[in-house]
Design a protein around this ligand. Structure first.
Ligand SMILES: [Zn+2]
Ligand SMILES: [Zn+2]
Length: 232
């Protein structure tokens, strides 16, 4: 596999979607021009150190921190994420994983890696089978390679194919997600006292992630961080 990758790099090198320079799908200087997120609270958008969620903004959510790299409305970012998701350009996710890893390490300096666990947002098995892969799982596995934090995609399961979130009314969203996820019995003990880092590509209202966080908290999780490429 490594050999094929080297050949691919030589004959079809990655090119930046924005400036067309080689070796990256999004080079660092173009990423920095993308109007990235300052440290803020995801729910009220006001400044907040280390992307921590203010106590008053938590309401019914158990999420302690939501780290967002950039904006989905940026046309380059949107195209990259769409290509990675729907057009099988998995390598794009590797580039994003590198940037997400750097962010994660910056805002998680004082936590022991052995107390942390990366968990990708799962996909219903039929959808994953149709698409060949789950983009969140690839992000999580690559972040694990860069940060040495363990990634586990086998703990959390998506029970049924929830109707795509964008297609339903806000009011119905919460109902649609009830019972959509579960934690495998044999892994429930692993979660106790852990700092869970949930990995996804895009966050909109955050309802899916809130649902997962509320489920994980039942198993004694200590802290929940979310890390995503973009927010719309
Ligand atoms: Zn560039
Ligand atoms: Zn807030």
């Amino acid at each position: 596999m490594k050999f094929i990758k080297i050949l691919k790099d030589i004959f079809a090198p990655k090119k930046c979607y924005s400036c067309w320079k080689e070796w990256h799908f999004l080079c660092l200087s173009c990423l920095q021009k993308c109007d990235n997120f300052d440290e803020s609270c995801f729910f009220c958008k006001n400044p907040s150190m280390n992307f921590e969620i203010h106590e008053d903004c938590k309401k019914e959510s158990n999420i302690d921190q939501i780290i967002v790299l950039t904006h989905y409305k940026n046309s380059v970012i949107k195209k990259l994420i769409k290509d990675a998701k729907f057009y099988k350009k998995k390598d794009i996710l590797e580039d994003f994983s590198f940037y997400l890893s750097k962010l994660l390490l910056k805002y998680q300096k004082n936590i022991k890696k052995s107390d942390q666990l990366l968990i990708p947002v799962p996909m219903y098995f039929l959808r994953k089978w149709k698409r060949w892969y789950n983009q969140s799982e690839i992000l999580s596995d690559n972040i694990s390679k860069f940060t040495k934090i363990l990634s586990r995609s086998d703990i959390l399961v998506r029970k049924r194919n929830t109707i795509q979130q964008s297609k339903i009314w806000m009011k119905q969203r919460q109902n649609n997600l009830v019972w959509a996820f579960w934690v495998k019995n044999k892994f429930q003990d692993i979660l106790r006292w852990k700092h869970i880092i949930l990995v996804d590509d895009v966050i909109s209202t955050g309802s899916t992630l809130i649902e997962i966080a509320n489920l994980l908290k039942k198993y004694g999780v200590w802290k929940i961080t979310v890390i995503v490429i973009a927010s719309d």
